[in-house]
Design a protein around this ligand. Structure first.
Ligand code: B12
Length: 278
């Protein structure tokens, strides 16, 4: 049986060896950024496709009716592999320097870094296939759908839905045991909140990692550090407003085109690099 260590080793090799995990000359906004790494090696957890939590994610207060369970993505689904790729010190430290200006590393990580993770998702599909296991990464598939403000996605019939997707990587990571949500709605893992997620569904029964938590906000201390959000989207009283966050990120799209980003809720916070102490 394929073990979590086998997958961890395969991903570590891909993250170390792929040129797309490093800033190239063509990408670089300044020469000293060339060769810097985007992500550290990822951490991995494995969930069961039979977990009753998947169905709960369809409830309106969770992800909502757009969400498709692993078995709805792949009828033969048995397990789900979710990974968290922590941003490198270059990416995180660069975005700590100013409370508003977005660090170069964060900009590369948001755009080219997400493209690299899509490549990683396809790498995982091929890696499993080479071991005789059928694999699908919903986020990297043509059927992935997401919507920001209601009515802005042509391919989604229900125009009342907003800020949702048919495969939310944070919720998938939560079910697989990678971590719990914070006030900023980022998912806090044992390597912190500063990073991005990916996943694949497979038709093999792999050993499931037990969840070490029972509450969706268990790791968050509600310290309020992320309320320094420059978009004014996060408060201790009301949590995080996706509308205000999204509007602010859109302003950053104008400022940093063709890149964008913000991520101030994921740096200079006690959950930046680990689970904060209560
Ligand atoms: C839509 C979207 C956005 C929207 C809305 C944000 C959001 N949180 O949904 C906007 C444009 C605002 C956005 C912004 C950013 N995003 Co974004 N975004 C997405 C996307 C495409 C889909 C997210 C989704 O489906 N949301 C669904 C809604 C329902 O989630 P929610 O409201 O937060 O969930 C709450 C409820 O479910 C509630 N709940 C109630 N009942 C229950 C019951 C159960 C059982 C559970 C589990 C939960 C639950 O708990 C949750 C937390 O409060 C994902 C990619 C993906 N495929 O997942 C990336 C993603 C969420 N984004 C990501 C990032 C990094 C960002 C930015 C930092 C980027 C930047 N600007 O630099 C910002 C800020 C993120 C933030 N603080 O939320 C990362 C998150 C990394 C992390 N550590 O958590 C993701 C996962 C991308 C990735 N591949 O890693 N994003």
């Amino acid at each position: 049986m394929i073990s979590i260590d086998d997958i961890t080793a395969a991903l570590a090799k891909a993250f170390t060896e792929s040129e797309h995990n490093y800033i190239s000359e063509q990408m670089a906004l300044r020469t000293e950024d060339v060769g810097k790494r985007l992500y550290d090696n990822p951490i991995i957890r494995i969930g069961s496709a039979a977990d009753p939590l998947w169905a709960q994610l369809k409830e309106p207060q969770a992800v909502g009716p757009l969400f498709r369970t692993p078995k709805e993505w792949m009828t033969e689904a048995k397990s789900v592999i979710s990974y968290f790729a922590p941003f490198s010190d270059f990416v995180v430290d660069g975005n700590r320097e100013d409370n508003i200006a977005v660090g170069n590393g964060w900009l590369y990580a948001r755009v080219e870094g997400q493209a690299f993770l899509t490549e990683v998702n396809h790498f995982l599909e091929n890696w499993f296939e080479s071991h005789g296991v059928k694999a699908l990464s919903p986020y990297a598939s043509e059927e992935f759908r997401y919507v920001f403000e209601a009515g802005t996605c042509e391919q989604i019939e229900d125009k009342s839905l907003s800020f949702t997707s048919n495969w939310s990587e944070r919720h998938v990571a939560y079910v697989c045991g990678l971590g719990t949500f914070g006030l900023s709605k980022g998912l806090i893992t044992e390597r912190g909140v500063a990073g991005r997620f990916g996943s694949v569904i497979v038709d093999a029964s792999l050993e499931v990692t037990p969840r070490k938590y029972s509450d969706i906000y268990e790791y968050c201390t509600k310290c309020g550090a992320c309320t320094r959000c420059p978009g004014g989207a996060i408060t201790l009283e009301n949590g995080k407003s996706h509308i205000l966050c999204s509007a602010y990120v859109n302003r950053m799209r104008e400022q940093y085109a063709p890149r964008f980003g913000c991520g101030k809720c994921q740096v200079k916070v006690p959950c930046e690099r680990g689970i904060p102490k209560k």
